[in-house]
Design a protein around this ligand. Structure first.
Ligand SMILES: [Zn+2]
Length: 91
């Protein structure tokens, strides 16, 4: 693959809250697993995923609302929300 082809194929993802598009690496992947919501730091976990940007306001929104629950078609448990709260990027 040439350098030019690689540039064209940067995967773009959309933040589930603010709908801002960004390269895969600047967004955090959240995955629905059998054990609930997990923050996928490797980007390789299996399961339905949603992406979140690094804005603190977007993380607060997913903790407090059901935006993520709807995107992942699941109910967020109290533990899921706590996990998200802990994973929130520090401003
Ligand atoms: Zn966002």
């Amino acid at each position: 693959m040439t350098e030019q082809q690689r540039v064209k194929h940067i995967p773009v993802r959309t933040c589930v809250v603010c709908r801002q598009k960004a390269g895969k690496r600047t967004l955090v992947r959240i995955v629905r697993t059998a054990d609930g919501i997990q923050v996928d730091v490797t980007g390789k976990m299996n399961g339905r995923g949603a992406y979140l940007c690094d804005r603190e306001s977007c993380w607060e929104r997913v903790v407090q609302s059901d935006v993520l629950a709807q995107a992942l078609r699941m109910q967020l448990t109290h533990e899921d929300r706590e996990r998200l709260q802990l994973a929130k990027p520090k401003a």
